[in-house]
Design a protein around this ligand. Sequence first.
Ligand code: F2R
Ligand code: MG
Ligand code: MG
Length: 321
Amino acid sequence: MAERRQMVDRVLGLLAGTAVGDGLGAPFEGSATVPSTALDLWIFSPRTLHHTDDTAMTLVLAEHLSRSGGIDQVVLASDFAAAWYQEPMRGYGGGAAQVLAAIADGADWRRAAVSVFEAGSWGNGAAMRAAPVAVVSTSVPEAAELGRRSAEVTHAHVHGRHGAALQAAAAYLALHSGPNRPLDAEAFLVDLTDVVPAGPWQEKLARVRALLGREASAEEAAASLGHDISALGSVPLAVYAFLRHAEFPEGAIRFAVRCGGDTDTIAAMTGALAGARHGYSGLPSSWTVRLESAALLHRIAEHLTHDRSTGGSTGPHRPEQ
Ligand code: F2R
Ligand code: MG
Ligand code: MG
């Protein structure tokens, strides 16, 4: 029972960390730099933390997983499209909105996902929502595989898919990291390196390792890893922000926003990892109390964890044959 409560706390932390990062980062999205003073004004404000597409899509995926225990791509594509149709004002990417509109109009997701960009989108929209697949996974490779499957319904480009795989694998490692001993950043990076191919992704992870070695600042990390709307130019930075302050979730999320650029998304991905490691109880209550969607997050975390701890009606995900 205590074990189940702990897992609910960590799953809720993963979801609430996403929403907090998203809400704290959103006002600064697109700003090259985020001065500490401006961030502090917003961090210490009592105003509601409204969420954007990052949290909206994360919650859709989490609900999908809690219903089915795995990923049914036809249904997931339609779930994403329905959420966009209901709330198109959540700040979706331009291409993503067109893909979702096509799916809402009845197009097959396989065609829709390559209807705007020929090779599909390399945006970070699949990575930003991928973390919940970690909850239904039983290994790092399975989390990565589910991340890719959740991505391809809208992000067909290989970089869009690798970004989701990396974030999903990082979320799995964070969720299952021992909370009572310091995180082993080197082992974390070795595991992540296994889920992406040699080339630019592994090169970015090598840079994360080097930046950690010299405790690089937000500005230096953003310059080295990128802080833009692409998956390759944002997921490694989110991993860095998490590892840079692995024992201090508040510091990790704050650091992510300070990196500038695609702040809502980088902070949402960092927040998912920090929340998965430290749980909802490890996030500042002065932030979680401001969340627009707090009640929904609690409900989804309970459902998602319930299905896992009971074996559920669905059991663990089996890869498609
Ligand atoms: N869209 C935004 N922010 C813009 C400002 C929103 C504004 N604040 C508002 O309130 O409306 N943020 C959100 O979008 C990002 C996730 O994007 P996603 O889901 O990947 O979308 P998309 O459209 O697929 O890709 C984003 C852009 O990247 C370029 N791009 C992608 N693939 C491309 C390709 N193969 N060839 C050329 N360009 C490609 C395009 O410019 C896409 O529009 C997150 O930041 C989220 O917060
Ligand atoms: Mg957004
Ligand atoms: Mg964004």
